[in-house]
Design a protein. Structure first.
Length: 159
């Protein structure tokens, strides 16, 4: 793939945050996190997916978890002070975030939502997340990413 910049990459450039861009072939339609990690030859423990939920109070929340893990909705709700949260419907992802399924990044959403990364992000040297477009990923220091989006970390995955 040729040199291409997504809005996420432009935001990182503007913030002077060092990152490495990755690309993968998505022509087979396999865009789930596990498939993406495998296609890129990356450790799935450092490849994270971005999930969007809605709380009991109707606010949206973003949770970023390793691709092979599942979000624990009770832990997630507790981490943001809600009674409960539920995943939004795939059809609503674009309306809420400006992204589509498979290309949802914690960086550059339409609005900056409360964001929580799984605590495991603190224990890895680099984290890989969507660059905001299917076929593109970015790799950077978790600390830089968490700081950029004003996020926090918590135990939010199922055991």
């Amino acid at each position: 793939m040729s040199e291409f910049k997504t809005n996420v990459m432009r935001i990182l450039d503007k913030a002077k945050i060092t990152y490495k861009a990755h690309t993968y072939d998505h022509s087979d339609g396999a865009i789930d996190g596990a498939a993406v990690a495998e296609k890129m030859g990356q450790n799935p423990e450092q490849v994270f997916k971005t999930l969007v939920t809605k709380g009991a109070g109707r606010d949206y929340y973003v949770f970023v978890v390793p691709v092979l893990k599942e979000l624990d909705l009770k832990r997630a709700a507790k981490s943001v002070g809600e009674k409960h949260v539920e995943m939004i419907h795939v059809k609503d992802i674009n309306k809420v975030t400006g992204y589509i399924r498979g290309g949802c990044s914690p960086i550059g959403m339409k609005k900056q939502f409360v964001t929580v990364f799984d605590k495991s992000a603190e224990n890895i040297e680099t984290i890989i997340v969507s660059a905001g477009k299917i076929g593109y990923q970015i790799e950077l220091a978790p600390k830089d990413l968490i700081e950029l989006v004003g996020a926090k970390t918590a135990e939010i995955t199922a055991d």
